[in-house]
Design a binder for this molecule. Structure first.
Ligand code: G1P
Length: 296
C-alpha cells in the first residue's frame, strides 16, 4: 500500500483570531518568516506526501496564490538584481501536485473532510489541519510514522496525540486509550472537547491523521455534534464503537504542536520561531532580554 495524498482543510473562518483574520486566512499568518500553511506543506513533503488537496472556503484564495509558480515575481527579482531572494521561492518548486476544492457551507471539520470524498475516492489518505505546525520549523516526520503504522497494523485510522495540561482538554478531541502510558496505544473511545471533569485523559488530537476511506461512509451519517458542527471526532468514535482499529501515536518531546487557532498559542509560536531563526534570532534574543529588563 502506498499513501501519498493529504487532505488539508483550511476552510475555517478563524474567528478566534479576529481582527487579523477578517480579510486574510489564518493559515497565511506568518510564524517567523513563513506563513503557517507553508510549514504544513513542507512537513508533509518531508513525510513523503506528493499530492495535496486543500479544502478551502470564502476568502482563502491567497493560499492558492502562495503555492503557484509566480514567474512575474521571479523575473522582477532577476531584473532588479535581487537574485539572492530567489532562494525564498524555492518552495514553489517542490515536487508536489496541488488540488483545491471548496467547502460550500461552513458545517464543521467533519463536513470539510467529506467535501474531499469525490476526489479522494476509495484510497487511504492523510489529514493535516492547516492551522497547526508540528515541531519548531516543522521538523517532524510524524505523518510518515502514522502512515507506517497504518500499513503495518492494518488499522482503520491512526492519529497523532499530544499530552496537554488538564485545563486545555476543552479545546481538543481527547482519547481514551486502552493501554495507558504508552507511546503507541489503541483507542477505546474519543470525545470532542470534553469538560475537564469528563475528559478520559489529557491526550489531545494533534492535527494529523491517517484514515481508510471508510471514514467517509461514517461522516456521511454523522449528525451535528459539539458547537452544532459535523465533527470528525464523532465519526472516529463510531468507527471505534463498530469494532474499527484506531491507533494513537504520541508526539515526541521535540515535535511539539503549535496551534495557530488562538492568539495565546500563535504569539508563543511566533516568538519561539523568531528566536530560533539563524539570522535574526541572536539579535532578537538580546533585544527581548533588554525589553524584559525594562518591563519587569
Ligand atoms: C479540531 C478537532 C479537534 C482537534 C483539533 C486539533 O478542532 O475537532 O478534535 O483536537 O482540531 O487542532 P478545532 O481546532 O477545529 O476546533
Amino acid at each position: 500500500m502506498h499513501i501519498d495524498l493529504a487532505v488539508v482543510p483550511v476552510a475555517g473562518q478563524g474567528t478566534r483570531l479576529l481582527p487579523s483574520t477578517k480579510s486574510q486566512p489564518k493559515e497565511m499568518l506568518p510564524v517567523g518568516r513563513k506563513p503557517v500553511v507553508q510549514y504544513v506543506v513542507e512537513e508533509l513533503a518531508l513525510s513523503g506526501i506528493k499530492r495535496l488537496l486543500f479544502v478551502t472556503g470564502p476568502g482563502k484564495t491567497s493560499i492558492e496564490n502562495h503555492f503557484d509558480l509566480n514567474s512575474e515575481l521571479i523575473a522582477f527579482l532577476r531584473e532588479t538584481g535581487k537574485e539572492d531572494l530567489l532562494a525564498e521561492l524555492a518552495f514553489e518548486r517542490q515536487n508536489l501536485d496541488y488540488f483545491y476544492t471548496r467547502q460550500r457551507r461552513q458545517l464543521g471539520l467533519g463536513h470539510a473532510i467529506l467535501c474531499a470524498r469525490p476526489i479522494v475516492g476509495n484510497q487511504p489518505f492523510v489529514v493535516a489541519l492547516g492551522d497547526s505546525i508540528l515541531g519548531v520549523n516543522a521538523q517532524s516526520d510524524i505523518v510518515h510514522r502514522l502512515v507506517e503504522e497504518f500499513i503495518h497494523s492494518k488499522a482503520d485510522a491512526v492519529i497523532a496525540f499530544e499530552e496537554v495540561p488538564r485545563e486545555e482538554v476543552i479545546h481538543y478531541g481527547i482519547a481514551q486509550p486502552r493501554q495507558s502510558n504508552r507511546p503507541l496505544f489503541e483507542l477505546a473511545d474519543i470525545v470532542e472537547k470534553p469538560s475537564v471533569a469528563d475528559a478520559p485523559s489529557n491526550l489531545a488530537v494533534a492535527a494529523r491523521y491517517v484514515f481508510s476511506p471508510y471514514i467517509f461512509e461514517l461522516l456521511q451519517h454523522t449528525a451535528p455534534g459539539k458547537g452544532g458542527e459535523i465533527q470528525l471526532t464523532d465519526a472516529i468514535r463510531v468507527l471505534i464503537q463498530g469494532g474499527g482499529k484506531v491507533i494513537g501515536i504520541k508526539l515526541g518531546a521535540d515535535e511539539r504542536r503549535f496551534d495557530i487557532g488562538n492568539f495565546e498559542s500563535y504569539f508563543r509560536a511566533f516568538v519561539e520561531f523568531a528566536l530560533a531563526d539563524p539570522k535574526y534570532g541572536p539579535d532578537l534574543r538580546d533585544w527581548v532580554r533588554t525589553l524584559m529588563g525594562r518591563t519587569s
